[in-house]
Every structure is written in C-alpha cells, then in structure tokens.
Design a binder for this molecule. Structure first.
Ligand code: NAD
Length: 370
C-alpha cells in the first residue's frame, strides 16, 4: 500500500494511525480539510477485510464530511475515524478509552461522534478521555437522536425542490414515495402527513409500514414497486445507490429528495436525472440536519438553535440549484462546486497580525454592563 500516494490523490491534510497492542486498538483518523474549522465526523467500527479497505473507507468518508460541512454553512472541516474490529465482539472499555486518548492528542483538530457500529455507551468511554466528542449522552449535554432534525432538513429540501420544479412549494399539493420508514423516514412521513400529502411507503419492516398506514393514512407498496408508483417525489430514506440504470427507467417522479446517503449509484445517474428534467436535491446537503444538530453541542446544546439552523437547509438547496443554473451543470456537481467555492473564499480571509489577546474582555458589556 502506497500511503502517501493515496493521501495525495484525496488531498488529505493528515492521516493518523493509532495502535495500542495491549487493548487491541487499530484505528485510523483521517483529517481531510480544516480550512473552515475543526474536522468533525463520526467514528465507524467495522471488521474490514484488509487495512487498505479500512484506509480507503476513512479517506472517502472524511472527504465527504468536508463537502457536507461546507455546503451546510458550518464552520467545520471534514474528518472521520475508523476502528478495525467487529462491533459485536471486539468492544471494550479499554479499547474506547485508548481511542479517546489518541483523539485528545490531536488537540481539537478532529472531533469525533457516533457512526456505524458505535453507540452512545461506547462514546461515554471516549468522552472520559477527551472533550473532543459530540453526540454524547443527553445527561452530559448531548443533543440526543439526530433523526428528527435530519427529517426536518429533508422536508425543507423537498420544499426547495418543489419550488424549483413547479414554482409552488405547497407540500400538500403533491404525492410522495418514501422508501424506508425507520428513524428518519417516519419523522418525514409525520411532516408530510401534517401538510395533507398523499404518501406511499415501503419498508422491509412490515410493522413500521403498518404504523404508517394506520396512523398517517399512507398507502403501502411492495419493496420493488416503490420506483414505479404514481408520485411526484421519490424520497429514499433507507439505502444508497437506489438511483441507478434499472430504477430510473421506472421513474414517473419529478423530484428525488431523501435522507439516504450516496443515492446515485454513479454520478452519471445524476446527469441522467437532469436530462430527464427530474430535480435532484443532492443527498449530503439534504441530510445535513443531523450534523448541524450535533455541531451545536460545541457551543452548548440548544434545540431551538438546532431547529433554526436545520431550516436553513431550504436556502442551501436553493443556492445549489442557482449554481447549477449559473454554470449549466447537474445539481450533484453544483453541490460539490458550492462546497469547494466556500472553502476557497473563506480560506482567503486571512487576518493580519492581531496582537496577543492579553486582556480579558469577557466581563464587559457593550451596554455599559453592571
Ligand atoms: P434506520 O435504519 O432507522 O431506517 C432505515 C429503514 O430502511 C429501516 O426501517 C429499514 O427496515 C429500511 N430498509 C432497509 N432496507 C430496505 C429496503 N431494501 N427497502 C425498503 N426499506 C428498507 O436509518 P435512519 O437513521 O432512518 O436513516 C435512513 C437513511 O438516512 C440512511 O441511509 C442513513 O444513512 C441516512 N442518514 C440518517 C441520518 C440520521 O440522522 N439518522 C443522518 C444522515 C443520513
């Protein structure tokens, strides 16, 4: 494995290999870009078949976080970490505490959080060794379940997409095909239902589907039938790569907008949607509500602020559509461009020497104080 060549291609700032033989820790922290702020991204635990596979995954995921934070207007960079191991049998207090100490040694350049294979109890151990963690338990000032925020962001993105397609963002005037009614999907169904929308749902979990039928008047459809229902909006909230050669041919939709990660099997499928006049709201900008929510923990968690910030996703998506129009490109590409432009512009905001801040102004008030 030629590590420097690999890192060079992906333009990472720093990649840290963490090893503690005594506790069985093999972890990689990838810091992609910190121009906008500290790199924030989750910790994933996975039984990777090879070290190369683990490295590729953490590099890919951390790069994605840079773009996500940037298009979301956050003052955060992109990073991610992985632990090589089986989450079902390799977890221990000492493993996560050792990992926490490595994170602490990075001095805040990287802030970790939960991701696949990790739960809030694992984060408790990490938190014992470092402050640089978000998504901690609510008893420690954590932000709790991000799914309602991710759903709210998806709902706002749907509005922006309807506006783009029809010049009318009245959600209740349209029909929706929601694939996956788990944590995010069910919250989205509630929001759509409150607006009086017609909703089709599908899920491998039949209980979840039944709840949508009974409580929110949804129509249940088969797993493979969701791609061809007569709806205006397709909202993938389950898995990735569901916009592909096979499914696009079945679409009667005008809009694709959901919370799932990596919805396009390949970027050319984003171009294909564009060609067919189907508005695609780029997934990583749509589903940033969870990241926004957790980022508020860094200033002291406040639900109202998280809600306000998440509502702004509407404007982020509109800006992406504007860039797509400005440059004559597909929306998936416009999202990347918006992310890169912000990093370039903010990177130029270099202050001249500002002196040493020896005076503590924190006790003063602009109104004269007390
Ligand atoms: P979840 O696991 O709670 O829900 C996913 C649902 O999809 C489950 O009910 C599952 O049964 C269903 N499903 C699985 N395979 C399916 C299939 N073939 N057809 C139909 N349904 C299927 O996950 P979630 O937290 O609701 O997240 C949904 C998506 O949004 C995921 O892709 C996730 O990566 C993404 N996402 C979630 C968040 C968040 O805050 N939870 C944030 C960003 C992105």
């Amino acid at each position: 494995m030629n590590i420097f060549e690999t890192i060079d291609k992906t333009e990472h700032e720093e990649v840290v290999f963490c090893h503690n033989k005594d506790v069985g820790l093999k972890a990689i922290v990838a810091i992609h870009n910190t121009v906008l702020g500290p790199a924030l991204g989750g910790l994933r635990m996975w039984p990777y078949a090879t070290e190369q596979e683990a490295l590729n995954d953490v590099l890919r995921l951390s790069r994605g976080m840079t773009y996500k934070a940037s298009v979301s207007g956050l003052n955060l960079g992109g990073g991610k970490s992985i632990i090589i191991g089986d989450p079902k049998q390799d977890k221990s207090e000492e493993l996560f505490r050792a990992f926490g100490r490595f994170i602490d040694s990075l001095g805040g350049r990287y802030i970790t959080a939960e991701d696949v294979g990790i739960d809030v109890n694992d984060m408790e151990y990490v938190f014992q060794e470092t402050e640089y963690v978000v998504g901690v338990h609510q008893v420690h000032g954590g932000s709790g379940d991000p799914s309602p925020f991710t759903a709210l962001g998806t709902y706002q993105s749907i509005k922006a997409s309807l506006e783009k397609k029809y010049g009318n963002q009245n959600v209740g005037d349209y029909a929706y095909a929601v694939q996956g009614v788990g944590h995010v999907g069910i919250e989205l169904v509630k929001l759509l239902h409150a607006d009086g929308a017609k909703i089709f749902v599908t899920d491998i979990n039949q209980e979840a589907v039944q709840e949508c039928v009974d409580k929110y008047g949804c129509e249940a459809v088969g797993l493979d039938d969701i791609y061809q229902v007569d709806a205006d909006v397709y909202s993938p909230c389950a898995l990735g790569a569901t916009v592909n050669d096979e499914t696009i041919e079945q679409f009667k939709f005008d809009v694709v907008c959901g919370s799932a990660n990596n919805q396009l099997a390949e970027t050319r499928h984003g171009d294909e949607l564009e060609k067919r006049g189907i508005v695609y709201a780029p997934d990583y900008a749509v589903n940033a509500g969870g990241l926004m929510n957790v980022s508020i923990e860094l200033q002291g968690y406040n639900k109202d602020r998280a809600t306000r910030m998440t509502r702004n996703i509407y404007y982020n998506i509109k800006r992406i559509f504007d860039i797509a129009d400005r440059d004559g490109i597909a929306t998936w590409k416009a999202a990347d461009r918006m992310g890169e432009e912000r990093i370039q512009k903010i990177g130029k905001v270099k202050l001249p020497y500002m002196g040493q801040r020896r005076v503590n102004f924190s006790g003063r008030s602009k109104n004269g104080g007390s």
